[in-house]
Design a protein. Structure first.
Length: 147
């Protein structure tokens, strides 16, 4: 199995604004799909997609923890790559993700209706001011710069 540098070259992934690396693999009038890679120490920062559901599918590598935060403030953590390999993020819910182990993880993300940056927003500190019970999750607010 290839490691991150080989995956980056083979899949032609580019840095994503939320963290990690991605490449759009399909776009139609119904949906978009990307390959998305996180390396150890990185994460997908808190963000949401308005008006579109997103499906995460674990492809290979280590386990991934997907954090979901509902508009009402309910936190759900889902682990992909062990006994579960897919999860759905409902439209408008905040989401963040991080490798569980000290290992890279490759997932696919499908958004329907199709992803546009017009529907995409990154969380800010003010987002978590509304949810003080989840203060510990602020650590996933700003994605680290990746080479």
């Amino acid at each position: 199995m290839r490691g991150p540098p080989e995956e980056l070259a083979h899949l032609e992934l580019q840095p994503h604004p939320e963290g990690g690396f991605f490449r759009e693999t399909h776009r139609s009038e119904l949906l978009t799909t990307i390959d998305f890679l996180l390396v150890p120490g990185s994460f997908s920062a808190w963000h949401r997609v308005e008006g579109a559901d997103e499906v995460w599918n674990h492809h290979r590598g280590g386990r991934l923890r997907l954090h979901l935060l509902s508009p009402a403030g309910e936190h759900v953590a889902i682990e992909l790559g062990g006994d579960r390999f897919s999860a759905v993020v409902p439209a408008g819910w905040w989401q963040a993700a991080e490798p569980v182990d000290d290992a890279w993880v490759l997932v696919g993300c499908t958004v329907s209706p199709p992803f546009t940056f017009g529907r995409f927003s990154m969380a800010t500190s003010a987002t978590f001011d509304r949810f003080p019970e989840h203060a510990a999750l602020r650590r996933l607010l700003v994605a680290p710069r990746e080479a």
